[in-house]
Design a protein around this ligand. Structure first.
Ligand code: TPP
Ligand code: MG
Length: 361
């Protein structure tokens, strides 16, 4: 008997918009001029918000957070095709997508500076609270999709996670459950090269993660995650399949974490600039601007105006946040236990009497 071991080899990466701003007409999702400009604006807003968050964190006004820099196309592209009825279940590095889904930026500021008012998804936004426990939200997202399939209403779920999450068993279980049930879910793996300090080459031995989807029977797409039009094309096909009852899709989006893992991290300790340098020329916003400029839709001056407007929008949200955010030091022991353990009760009393002595409300 001949032995023919299967070798998945390399899997082609879908790209529509290249680094020089050229579009592959055959694969172009065909957005209208106004949609193209809206996509660009959404990516610029993500970057403005990200940059302001970093400044605020460094100035002590924001807690630890996970920057989105360089992943703007991935963020916006994965939710662009979703309707208000669809559900989105994000991981912690997703505020670009959350803003687009309808989270007011002041709420995200509240969330990341530790105010519990920031955590619940806004009324009418079908988002799950983001997950920090790696991979833990993927099976529940499949559960939502299984419910949708039984209601037969053509809605779908997008759930995102990182390359590191692919090493969690629960993600494989989620692939299997989804496929067996033909659940209308799109799995988006943001393969950004790193899981904190672990590079992808120490996480898996193949050229791609997309093959794992194939192994579970899932339709799988490997896409340039820094190409907003490629992301939209991939998500359009994946969400169409979900809505038409063709089951789940796995989208592996190849991108790069240009910034810190979180603000508690220093990547210069574990990665060389030789690793990140090539990604500067793959910037998702620059390539979109080249394309829009080439089409006569956005001049350099107009692009600068979009940036200034986005910065101003973020600053207005920061002002609204500052009006709401009033530290309540007396509440730091609240919301931890239903019945507070006695040693913690002692600490609370000691702390409260100190606040009293200092005249703090
Ligand atoms: C179950 C679990 N284990 C470990 C951690 C600590 N941790 C936080 S982020 C992270 C890396 C995740 O990398 P990846 O999935 O690639 O997502 P990225 O941060 O690159 O977006 C780890 C190990 C965690 N949050 N949850
Ligand atoms: Mg990662």
């Amino acid at each position: 008997m001949d032995m023919n071991p299967i070798d998945l080899g390399r899997i082609e990466v879908l790209q529509v918009l290249d680094e020089h701003g050229n579009v592959d007409q055959a694969r172009d999702p065909g957005l209208s001029d106004s949609e193209l400009l809206a996509v660009h604006r959404a990516m610029v807003l993500t970057r403005s918000f990200d940059s302001r968050m970093l400044t605020m964190q460094r100035q002590g006004e924001m807690g630890t957070f996970a920057p989105n820099l360089g992943q703007e196309a991935c963020m916006i592209g994965q939710v662009w095709e979703l309707t208000r009825q669809d559900w989105f279940s994000p991981s912690y590095r997703s505020f670009g997508a959350q803003i687009h889904r309808g989270w007011p930026m002041e709420r995200l500021f509240l969330l990341w500076s530790g105010y519990h008012e920031g955590f619940p998804p806004p009324e009418g936004v079908n988002d799950m609270p983001f997950s920090i426990v790696i991979g833990s939200h993927v099976l529940p997202a499949v559960g939502i999709a299984m419910g949708m399939r039984r209601r037969n209403n053509n809605d779908c779920v997008v759930v995102n996670f990182g390359d590191g999450a692919m090493s969690q068993g629960a993600v494989s279980e989620a692939f299997n459950f989804a496929m067996v049930d033909r659940a209308p879910v799109v799995f988006v793996c943001e393969n950004n090269g790193w899981a904190i300090s672990t590079p992808t080459k120490l996480q898996y031995a193949t050229d791609h993660l997309a093959g794992r989807g194939v192994a579970f029977g899932l339709s799988s797409i490997r896409v340039d995650g820094n190409d907003i039009l490629g992301m939209i094309a991939a998500m359009r096909e994946a969400t169409r399949r979900a809505r038409d009852g063709e089951g789940p899709t796995f989208v592996e989006a190849i991108t790069y974490r240009m910034s810190l893992h979180t603000t508690a991290d220093d990547p210069t300790v574990y990665r060389d600039s030789a690793d990140s340098d090539p990604w500067h020329s793959r910037c998702p916003i620059n390539r979109m601007e080249k394309y829009l400029e080439g089409r006569g839709l956005l001049s350099k001056e107009a692009a600068e105006k979009v940036k200034l407007e986005a910065d101003a929008e973020v600053l207005e949200a920061r002002e609204r946040f500052r009006k709401i955010a009033k530290a309540r030091p007396r509440e730091v022991f609240d919301h931890l236990y239903k019945v507070t353990p006695s040693e913690l009760e002692d600490q609370r009393n000691e702390y409260l009497s100190r606040l009293d002595r200092k005249g703090v409300d």
